[in-house]
Design a protein around this ligand. Sequence first.
Ligand code: NDP
Length: 288
Amino acid sequence: MSTAKTRLYGVIGWPVEHSWSPAIQSAALSALGVDATYLAFAVHPESLGAAIEGARALGIQGLNVTIPHKERVDLFLDEVDEAAHAIGAVNTIVREGEQLIGTNTDAAGLVRSLEEAGCAVDGARALVLGAGGAARAAVHGLKSAGARVEVAARRPGPARALGRSFGVEAMTLDDVSFESVDLLVQATSATMGADAIAFAEALPLDSLPTHATVVDLVYTPRETTVLRAARARGLATVEGVGMLVWQAALALERWLGRPAPIDVMREAAEGAASMRSGEKSARSGPDP
Ligand code: NDP
């Protein structure tokens, strides 16, 4: 039962009803015995500023931010940290006194999920596919963790822009070579759409070294066409659900200042995934 002391957290997005965050974060708050409620708020893009002012006035302690607000919510915050600034997106809002601070836990979440899977990131040659928000987070996270990063996207303009903003080499998917890549990061939305099979078939996965790891940030479906093809070649693979769970865990740790119950959160994500498996995966949102 909630009381006047119950702390309020939530996720803002549009749409937000398919978000896994309420299941993952509520399970974690409950396991930790925190007197808190976590809600999903459907916030129309035109109401974003009003929603943040409302959160401020209502004393909401923390928010996750999902599409389409990640790139614009900084306008309404008091400060954004280095990660959110570099990536150009906020996925977590932390209340510090009267201040609302924007941060981004996607980048570190990816790195934690790779480390958890036993994949060495420091010193690895990493190739990131895509030039959208997930690719930006991946490049920032991998670079910060000591990887040598390159990016490849289908259109030269966005590839070049991403390469310039992070100081990494950029190319188009047509020009890409997978030889000597230690870590392949699939960060496009192609593997959740109608092009998923053709996209995977067009990738030169055969030329990846046998020690390479392949991660797909897409988590609906969990086994994407790219992961399936990589597994068929005997390569190590990491599912995008790991990044999803870790970005949530790192957000919770920022709010509470204590370790997140990662196993509980993973289990809640598994539960959300199996509930989702009966639905059409194409309807699911791309992030928290
Ligand atoms: P964006 O819409 O910002 O970017 C999508 C990218 O995918 C663009 O570079 C786009 O290229 C490219 N793309 C789409 N279709 C194709 C295709 N058929 N062939 C080649 N490139 C293609 O999306 P996000 O970056 O925010 O998200 C990407 C995916 O990452 C999402 O689908 C989501 O599942 C996943 N994600 C997972 C997270 C996690 O925690 N695991 C967190 C965030 C995202 P173009 O610009 O040319 O259209």
